[in-house]
Design a binder for this molecule. Sequence first.
Ligand SMILES: Cc1ncc(COP(=O)(O)O)c(C=O)c1O
Length: 402
Amino acid sequence: MPTRPRISARISAISESATLAVDAKAKAMKAAGRPVIGFGAGEPDFPTPGYIVEAAIEAARDPRFHKYTPAGGLPELKKAIAAKTLRDSGLAVEASQVLVTNGGKQAVYEAFATLLDPGDEVVVVAPYWTTYPEAIKLAGGVQVDVVTDESTGYLASVEQLEAARTERTKVLLFVSPSNPTGAVYSREETEAIGRWAAEHGLWVVTDEIYEHLVYGGAEFTSIATAVPELGDRVVVLNGVAKTYAMTGWRVGWLIGPSDVVKAATNLQSHATSNVSNVAQMAALAAVSGDLSAVAEMRTAFDRRRQAMVRMLNEIPGVFCPEPKGAFYAYPTVKELLGKELRGRRPQSSAELAELILEEAEVAVVPGEAFGTPGYFRLSYALGDNDLAEGVSRLGKLLSEAR
Ligand SMILES: Cc1ncc(COP(=O)(O)O)c(C=O)c1O
């Protein structure tokens, strides 16, 4: 009897989300009564603002929302997203250029599925968010990494991007502010990169989900607006998760030229149909309202960011460039690898992260998850006391490394 693999090659090539895995392990240890402090989660620790929750409750009571609605999103939400995009990034789009998705994640998958044919290359700056490689692979695309490090604050130069370009390059993935590094490109840097992409006829997929989380003097620049030469070869990905503390509601969107949006909507119409109407109405309240809720969160995140970076840089063998956006710090721990620590000698950041979880009961995500071993990602979207306690436990343990 011929033995066929039970799981398709395409799907068995997908790895578990490392960030969710760390979070799950930390939560399991916590449930078992251990005082774990988790720096793994990529979500605000705040509840969703009350007026957004109220809009959802009202929607749940309205029979109109108990039925199927257009697969691409409620017309009033698409209109509000277009207006919000003009307000926040200066990009003028029609409601018909918006596709409402099940979180930013579905927008990522649909963007690559819609743009890529097998063998098409996507230039991706590493460290990168764990989901991109899987979405690119599943679409048949080939990811070409441009590796950055702490010496440039994890920013890629046009020269580096150009060195990665081949005849097969179709897309540049641009993410600023970045998960996992918190790097934010200046307007000048964004313009230079966008012009390079335009000059070579590349598409730009830009993930703007952290647009409102920038600190100090850093400013968010939308590459779609900054580089009009990109014309109709830009796809913007965004969502309500990070700005309005709405990770669990699962509403994101994709904005692009009408042919791309129409094709992606066809895909979604067969895959998932409309996003839950209750969640869409909550998102409508969010994007139609002001930005005071995110301003409050930003103040708290900024305070925690500064505390975390200061404390991390006090640990021998750890160096953390200042993150300018999102809510992550991305320190290098390369100097600690191979050293003796509590009777072990971790050789990789993954091994070191495991040791830290067991010995200090602190969960961090190793850089292996983001394409750059030798680093940790720590989210500072957690309470000030937990943050101070967690980093101080980390410091105490790592200071023992010999
Ligand atoms: C860079 C980036 N893009 C997109 C997303 C997707 O967010 P969601 O699917 O929760 O809307 C995330 C979530 O962690 C992210 O960090």
